[in-house]
Design a protein around this ligand. Structure first.
Ligand SMILES: Cc1cc2nc3c(=O)[nH]c(=O)nc-3n(C[C@H](O)[C@H](O)[C@H](O)COP(=O)(O)OP(=O)(O)OC[C@H]3O[C@@H](n4cnc5c(N)ncnc54)[C@H](O)[C@@H]3O)c2cc1C
Length: 391
């Protein structure tokens, strides 16, 4: 049996950040991962350019049963701390919309940064390692397919359930349950929503069309693009709202968020009375979407033939499009997992479990889920760094 001060399971964003931080403190660290390659999600993140953080980092951009839990870690290792690391490695980056920072080059630069920092602090990383069993007496024993390890501090950084084909597993939740910790129910997050039968019949042939919209669910709104898919709706606004959606909930879409359509139609009645309304609305919105929404409810006619009641109804068709999704596209495409290890079980300072000395949970396995836009990786960096200070 080999002895380590710290064994970290999961060589993803949180695990590697924790490892390099603990290594810099002189701790003897081993990272185990069952995948062929480490940092798979970092590599595919941000479409291969890694949206590694967000300038507008706020605890309000995270969802958790305890909305205060993330505050401490996000302030102790902020976006600026990670940016300093990126700049130390001369990785060039750019700001896209809403404070999102992406590499100008490839995500592999971020992974290489983490691996190099681990190498400098003599962290040992072992992939293709299957964890067979974890036991605890005074210390933890981690039994793997190749060797057994004994450690004082055991960190679970195995992430969530999304994208099982690149290594995601429910391992972290199983270990939490093995040690009697509460695990909150999990759902795919940042995921496309699927249409119910009727909407599928009406809209599935609009696949590939995108529109700027305001999307609202459970009191939360996002103003970004939506994208019609062959099964439902995707695009950033829909991915964002999926974090707030529960099965059975209604989602309301405003397809003309910058316009008061009632007033605009009245204006058209004066200025372009003979023009058909659907064509006028088609000038404001993608033509096919405008025609489809109109066609489902109204026979088309010149704009001057609409009465007050009809004008209000047409305005609602575009401003208040109500859908009741049948579900989501699931973990195979979701970017994150909502829910997970209950934050009540953990110290927000150290990430150690309150009742099992030496056992830590960090990253996505914990019930903290970020918005789209670099927030989830920042959570991995922040939680990994904070635990790395104490393991
Ligand atoms: C397609 C996609 C794009 C994304 N883009 C972005 C983005 O641009 N910006 C952003 O902020 N977030 C993005 N995310 C989310 C972000 O990647 C994750 O939230 C983040 O990687 C979570 O870090 P983690 O370390 O907790 O888990 P992970 O990075 O998932 O790492 C977990 C590690 O544990 C290993 N593991 C799992 N089970 C076991 C087991 N049983 N035994 C041993 N090892 C195990 C896995 O192989 C993996 O290496 C994206 C996610 C996806 C799926």
């Amino acid at each position: 049996m080999k002895n380590y001060d710290v064994v970290i399971i999961g060589a993803g964003a949180a695990g590697l950040m924790c490892a390099l931080t603990a290594g810099q403190r002189g701790r003897k660290v081993l990272v185990l991962d069952h995948a062929e390659r480490m940092g798979n999600k970092i590599l595919i993140s941000g479409g291969g350019s890694c949206n590694f953080t967000n300038l507008y980092l706020e605890p309000e951009h995270y969802i958790s049963e305890n909305p205060h839990f993330s505050k401490s870690a996000l302030s102790r290792f902020s976006q600026y701390d990670f940016i300093s690391l990126v700049e130390k490695y001369n990785i060039s980056y750019q700001q896209r919309q809403a404070g999102q920072l992406f590499c100008n080059g490839n995500s592999v630069e971020i992974l290489n940064l983490l691996l190099e920092e681990c190498r400098l602090s003599e962290v040992k990383i072992q992939n293709r390692s299957t964890i067979k069993k974890i036991e605890k007496e005074s210390r933890f024993t981690v039994k793997t397919n190749s060797e057994d390890y004994v450690t004082e501090s055991l960190v679970i950084a195995t992430g969530g359930l999304s994208m099982p084909r690149i290594g995601a597993s429910g391992f972290g939740y199983e270990i939490a349950e093995q040690f009697g910790l509460k695990v909150l129910s999990r759902q795919p997050g940042l995921v496309p929503l699927t249409f119910n039968r009727d909407d599928l019949d009406d809209f599935s042939d609009l696949t590939g069309i995108s529109a700027d919209a305001a999307v609202t669910c459970n009191g939360q709104s996002f103003r970004e693009a939506i994208l019609f898919t062959h099964r439902g709706l995707s695009g950033p606004a829909v991915l964002q709202i999926s974090n707030y959606w529960q099965p059975g909930d209604e989602v309301v879409i405003n397809l003309l968020p910058d316009i008061n359509l009632t007033e605009t139609i009245k204006q058209w009645q004066k200025e372009r009375p003979k023009t058909e309304l659907k064509n006028l609305i088609g000038e404001l919105l993608t033509r096919r979407v405008a025609h489809r929404r109109m066609g489902l409810w109204y026979h088309n006619k010149p704009v001057n033939q609409y009465n007050e009641k009809e004008i209000n109804e047409v305005a609602d068709i575009f401003h208040v499009w109500r859908i009741r999704p049948s579900g989501t596209e699931g973990y195979k495409v979701a970017e994150v997992t909502r829910g997970g290890v209950d934050t009540d079980e953990l110290s927000s300072k150290t990430f150690e479990t309150k009742n099992v000395k030496g056992l830590y949970f960090i990253g996505e396995v914990v019930d903290v889920t970020g918005w789209l836009g670099g927030y989830n990786l920042q959570w991995a960096w922040s939680s990994g760094y904070c635990a790395g200070q104490f393991v």
